[in-house]
Design a protein. Structure first.
Length: 270
């Protein structure tokens, strides 16, 4: 009985970078390092020792924060629920705006004369801060939760449209070509060839943005756009830090529950 000779699999050589690639890496990361060093003075990192100079005031502030006052917990919970509703409606409206924008911004299904202006609109929506948009709507429709909903919807629409378009650009062309081979219209190609591939990823993106918007809605309350942010800023201005602590705890619990629910829903999509 003859033994079968054992052949060793050749070990592939590790990937190597060209001199030009190394030079580009050094240029990029060296530039980042230079900017960080140059920005030390601009961001006042030299003032870090001041954290210890007012230690007595900091201690008093911290002692109030660790003694939360839940006397008005019903009001805080109701305002937090309003904040969640603002985030939910803002995200819901943003998804409906982002779907056509995302499809129109995808280079593999839309012509360049459509993609370019749509991407400009997306960049505009993403670049304007939520607080600025919210303040604009506060002036237009008055104080309350509606300005918060509209501000979140516009900003989130720009973010989701970009994510949606990138998901469309990474789809498998096979299903689309199969639908096209049946003589279907471009709309049917999108409905039956594109949407089924990107729907789970789109839903995951929307859920993640809902988590973020739950926090953004809290900040929008600072300009009178509804939610717990209004009560929070009132407590801070009146130095009622024990009440502020109670509100922060409720916010943390609510955001944590939203995060857990969102993670469970995303896992079901995989």
């Amino acid at each position: 009985m003859t033994a079968t000779p054992v052949t060793s699999t050749p070990i592939p050589n590790p990937p190597t970078k060209s001199l030009g690639a190394w030079a580009l890496d050094i240029l990029i990361w060296g530039g980042v390092a230079v900017i960080l060093i140059y920005s030390i003075k601009a961001v006042e990192l030299g003032n870090l020792p001041r954290l210890l100079e007012n230690s007595d005031n900091t201690a008093r502030f911290a002692s109030d924060l660790i003694k939360p006052d839940f006397a008005d917990w019903g009001i805080y919970v109701a305002k937090m629920w309003e904040t969640v509703q603002i985030a939910l409606w803002g995200t819901f409206l943003a998804v409906f705006a982002a779907i056509p924008l995302g499809l129109a911004a995808a280079r593999n299904i839309a012509p360049v004369w459509v993609v370019t202006p749509v991407r400009w609109v997306m960049n505009l929506l993403r670049s304007i801060p939520d607080l600025v948009i919210g303040l604009l709507f506060v002036v237009a429709v008055g104080l309350g939760p509606l300005p918060g909903v509209l501000a979140i919807a516009l900003n989130t629409a720009g973010v989701l449209a970009k994510l949606f378009s990138e998901a469309v650009e990474s789809i498998d062309k096979g299903p689309v070509e199969g639908v096209r081979a049946t003589g279907a219209s471009p709309l049917n190609e999108i409905v039956w060839g594109v949407i089924p591939q990107v729907a789970p990823l789109w839903t995951s993106f929307a859920l993640y943005r809902f988590e973020s918007n739950s926090r953004s809605a809290t900040v929008l309350g600072l300009i009178g756009a509804g939610g717990i942010g209004q009560v929070l800023i009132d407590g801070m201005n009146s130095y009622a830090f024990t009440k502020v602590s109670a509100m922060v705890i409720i916010i943390v619990i609510a955001v944590t529950m939203i995060d857990m629910l969102s993670q469970a829903m995303r896992k079901r999509l995989l």
